[in-house]
Design a protein around this ligand. Structure first.
Ligand code: FAD
Length: 398
């Protein structure tokens, strides 16, 4: 893809900004506070359809697909404008639009792409069934078994922490098809219809009261062999596409959202209860704002590396680690600044991240970032090994 013309990128920014001014209901947070799950799903679906129609839901898709073929610079602009306008995030469709779509584009047969990509644009919801009770950080230890019987795999096992599993139509499922060799070598990647006989989903209630993810129990589930992505026992390679599909765009958008949200924090401190006059709070505010700007600088470096094809896994690890820390500090300060009334959960906006409308929930949700997508300890291991050059065995024991 050739380097984008800067004036075209500026024009895109104006277009997205103008479109958001027309299309986005500025009162959406108030409207969605305390919404039921059904209302949340309907709202997400409506917003998704608006974004698809405008071409802003799929800038990362390949050229030739609606909205696709945008450069990384253009994808950044769209993400930055969504953050600036405080537009709703597509929580319900995130796995579909990124993980499922990009894995299908790289590994899918023509029939698989034709079956699923248009359906995703219409609102097909996907979940990711990778983690298991004893296979999270060490994902390759997964034990969910798929045995081939003619034209189907028969699948038995359990997945956990699967975001949106109880809403999903389809699942990106990692299964073990061979136990004889190295653990990475015996894994296959299946596309599983969540309505198949033998699939049971149990939502997991989080400390915030939200049910963002769930367990998936698989009891003799039949998945057609034609639903396998890539060759049998090559699923580990396919899964790497899924795991790297976001290319920094999510952390960019979330950092921009933090940057804009700092005004909410400053407004809290400027309230009448006197905290704004407290030197300690003011010092902490300045410190957290400085860290947010440092985070944005790091994200910009990461994006430049990705754009030039020189992205280092260590930089990505460092950015994720730093984002988790800054988000925790930000929400912790906000929670204290908001005073005792904020110390209890209230009806939430089911928007995710530091965006629920309730500081207590935002603080609790900040812990997600120390675990999801590779825990803090795993990120530190990557930095220890790849930046500091520590030998593997000297890093934290595996
Ligand atoms: C909000 C959220 C959404 C998620 N969504 C999905 C999803 O959609 N699909 C999916 O498949 N999974 C999902 N996950 C699961 C996520 O990928 C795992 O939680 C993560 O990989 C950690 O695995 P684990 O929970 O099994 O913890 P473990 O791997 O058991 O780790 C437990 C603790 O040990 C530490 N540890 C483990 N190994 C090492 C090591 N080598 N060195 C040092 N410390 C180590 C970890 O840092 C952690 O503190 C989600 C998780 C969260 C929090």
């Amino acid at each position: 893809m050739s380097a984008p013309d800067p004036s075209a990128v500026d024009a895109l920014r104006r277009d997205v900004r103008g479109w958001l001014e027309r299309a986005l209901d500025p009162g959406w947070r108030t409207r969605m506070t305390g919404a039921t799950t059904a209302e949340f799903v309907a709202f997400q679906r409506e917003w998704m359809h608006s974004l698809v129609a405008a071409g802003y839901a799929t800038p990362h898709w390949q050229a030739g697909w609606p909205g696709g073929g945008r450069s990384l610079a253009e994808q950044r602009v769209i993400a930055e404008e969504m953050a600036r306008a405080d537009a709703p995030r597509l929580m319900l469709y995130f796995v579909s639009l990124y993980h499922a779509a990009l894995t299908l584009m790289e590994w899918g047969s023509e029939a698989q792409k034709a079956r699923h990509l248009p359906a995703i644009l219409q609102g097909e919801v996907w979940c990711q069934g990778f983690s298991e009770p004893n296979a999270g950080s060490d994902l390759a230890s997964l034990r969910t078994r798929a045995e081939r019987h003619g034209s189907v795999y028969r699948v038995n096992g359990q997945k956990i922490w699967s975001t949106l599993a109880h809403h999903a139509d389809y699942c990106l499922l990692l299964v073990r098809t061979d136990t004889s060799g190295p653990k990475q070598a015996g894994i296959s990647f299946l596309l599983m219809d969540m309505r198949s006989k033998g699939v049971t989903v149990r939502p997991i209630r989080q400390i915030t009261g939200d049910e963002e993810f769930g367990e998936i129990f698989l009891d003799d589930v039949e998945v057609p062999v034609s639903n396998r992505l890539g060759a049998e026992n090559e699923g580990w390679r396919v899964a790497q596409t899924t795991l790297t599909s976001e290319r920094g765009i999510t952390i960019l958008e979330l950092s921009e959202r933090l940057h804009h949200a700092r005004r909410r924090l400053a407004a809290l401190l400027a309230g009448d209860d006197g905290r704004g006059g407290d030197d300690q709070y003011r010092r902490e505010l300045v410190q957290v704002c400085a860290r947010i700007e440092a985070l944005r600088g790091l994200v910009a470096e990461l994006m430049a590396e990705i754009e030039s094809g020189q992205a280092s896994i260590a930089k990505a690890a460092f950015v994720k680690l730093f984002y988790a820390r800054v988000l925790r500090e930000f929400t912790d300060l906000a929670l204290r600044a908001a005073g005792p009334d904020a110390q209890r959960l209230a009806p939430l906006v089911l928007a995710g991240g530091h965006e629920t409308g309730n500081w207590m929930a935002d603080y609790m949700n900040s812990f997600v970032w120390s675990i999801a997508g590779g825990s803090n300890e795993i990120q530190r291991n990557i930095i220890a090994e790849r930046v500091l050059g520590m030998p593997r065995d000297a890093a934290v024991a595996r």
